[in-house]
Design a protein around this ligand. Structure first.
Ligand code: PEP
Ligand code: MN
Length: 263
């Protein structure tokens, strides 16, 4: 069902008036974790000033270590919803268990399924059973075909609003956190009709590489890029090394716009 052979036209996922896929690329920016109302509000206020509509934030955080900050959970979703209302933004947040999918639809505009859960088939089935857009990230060791099958799980349950996201894969290279698989973007665009995003923050794990990799992803045909922004990255409870502060983010945005790759 996700194949181009089944559907020639691009799937366009509309989120609060923003079209993802088939047209102008979008920029999604967010604090990695929702830590407090004030922290998310600072990012949301900047979004509003910059004319950005899509705010992502992690409430349920799938952390590698059980001793790391696990996220605010439902409290985090409540903060996101409140801020989205104040600034008229659309909210994207990761859900990690099938039981929370139904509940999540009351709080978020897009349900994210993260890399670690790309093959959590019960979660995929649950996401396929709601009428809500789903942002599906590629597993860190998943092939392109496995990502397509994961999307098929969702679409075959009746939910056609799926957005794919390349976020870097595991290789032997240590200079970056993961290796951005740039060729996955045109391959997914050719093989499927779904929108394709590139998360350059998790792909590189390096603030200094966000601009060149975002340009590369857009030049390769991505329908949008995702980056992480925090009012004070040094004190962030997750991904402190790779998030931009607001000044860096605004420079990043204007350089991307100056390149002509993003409106
Ligand atoms: C995230 O997007 O917040 C995240 C944890 O990324 P990934 O699932 O790609 O590791
Ligand atoms: Mn992160």
């Amino acid at each position: 069902l996700v194949s181009r052979k089944k559907q020639k036209e691009d799937t366009v996922v509309e989120v609060k008036g923003v079209k993802i896929g088939g047209g102008e690329p979008v920029l999604i920016a967010d604090p990695c974790s929702v830590e407090s109302y004030e922290q998310v509000r600072a990012v949301a206020l900047n979004h509003k000033r910059q004319g950005l509509k899509l705010l992502r934030g992690g409430a349920f955080k799938p952390r590698t270590s059980p001793y790391d900050f696990q996220g605010l959970g439902i409290e985090g979703l409540k903060i996101l919803k409140r801020i989205a209302g104040e600034f008229d933004l659309a909210v994207i947040s990761e859900i990690v268990s099938p039981q929370d999918i139904e509940l999540a639809t009351e709080y978020v505009d897009v349900i994210q399924i993260g890399a670690r859960n790309m093959q959590n088939f019960e979660l995929l089935k649950a996401a396929g059973s709601v009428n809500h857009p789903v942002l599906l990230k590629r597993g860190m060791s998943a092939t392109i075909q496995e990502l397509m099958f994961a999307a098929e799980y969702i679409v075959s349950r009746g939910n056609k609003q799926v957005i794919l996201c390349e976020r870097g894969i595991r290789t032997y290279e240590k200079a970056t956190r993961n290796t951005l698989d740039i060729s996955a973007i045109p391959i997914l665009k050719q093989e499927t009709h779904l929108p394709v995003l590139a998360d350059v923050t998790h792909a590189t794990g390096r603030r200094d590489l966000l601009l060149p990799t975002a340009k590369a992803a857009l030049a390769a045909g991505a329908d949008g890029v995702m980056v992480e922004v925090h009012p004070d990255p040094a004190v962030a409870l997750s991904d402190a090394n790779q998030q931009m502060d607001l000044g860096q983010f605004n420079d990043f945005l204007s350089e991307l716009q100056a390149s002509g790759l993003l409106k």
